[in-house]
Design a protein around this ligand. Sequence first.
Ligand SMILES: NC(=O)c1ccc[n+]([C@@H]2O[C@H](COP(=O)([O-])OP(=O)(O)OC[C@H]3O[C@@H](n4cnc5c(N)ncnc54)[C@H](O)[C@@H]3O)[C@@H](O)[C@H]2O)c1
Length: 272
Amino acid sequence: MSNPFSYTGKRVVVTGAATGVGAALLDLLAEIGGPEVTVIDIKPPTGPHARFVEANLSDETEVRAAAAQIDGRIDVLFNNAGVAATQPPRTVLAVNYLALRRLSEQLIDQIPAGGAIVNTASIAGVRWPEHVTEINELLDTEGWGAALDWVDANLEAVGGDSYSFSKEVVRVWSMRSSRWSGERGVRTNTVCPAPIDTPLLKDFKETMGEQIIEWTAKEATGALMTPREVAMPLAFLGSEAASYVNGHDLIADGGFNAAMTTGQVDFSAIMG
Ligand SMILES: NC(=O)c1ccc[n+]([C@@H]2O[C@H](COP(=O)([O-])OP(=O)(O)OC[C@H]3O[C@@H](n4cnc5c(N)ncnc54)[C@H](O)[C@@H]3O)[C@@H](O)[C@H]2O)c1
């Protein structure tokens, strides 16, 4: 019997695999079947991969060109690249949302039924229900530049934090597009991690404050997530083992969100 978790014989695309979660995903994929992996990143990856497509995912032209370089069948597209709010809001929304959407739309015809798109979001996007009207307005805004202009005009109204907002948008986009992709037999899901011990964490400490990161990790499990602990649920959602899972937001946060939702941790305590 075939192993439903295995990636043997598959062709996979991973964005943002030079460091952190994406790098851990390359190692994990090699262990669970060694698919043919194409990496799209601004920096070269060192982990196991077959092909590297260099692209700055904040640039529309480079995103389009990168997608055009991916030929043939793709079984799983992992949209994992991300930047923090140390970058300007237009860059954050471009890399975290627009590039992810554009790659999904441009590559979907190469993903056969049974394939999957897996997006890395974040528990920072937890407030999407409060902003769903605005998010839908942004999702309905046609064109890369127009979407970024929408962000310039509306960021303050949706909380002012470009990173958290970008992840809210990814969560809603993934739910919306799961129907569009699902009609072709392609599942679209997200993983929402807690703070992870990766190079990006330094940027979050700068933008969100060290205290909140440490508090979240303490209230979750007592420790920061490892990149591998994010790579594992990503790989699961891309595998046949998740064949009936579509439009799902897998919160991988050591129980932090559950404890918040049931009033077992007091967010106001950390907010002073
Ligand atoms: N680190 C955390 O605490 C945390 C928490 C929740 C979610 N996430 C999300 O996890 C994902 C992976 O982040 P990470 O923590 O591994 O960080 P990381 O900085 O180690 O990895 C990000 C990857 O994206 C690539 N990248 C950055 N800007 C790019 C650009 N303009 N064009 C192309 N590639 C670019 C980087 O080269 C790198 O390979 C991101 O989507 C991030 O938002 C991170």
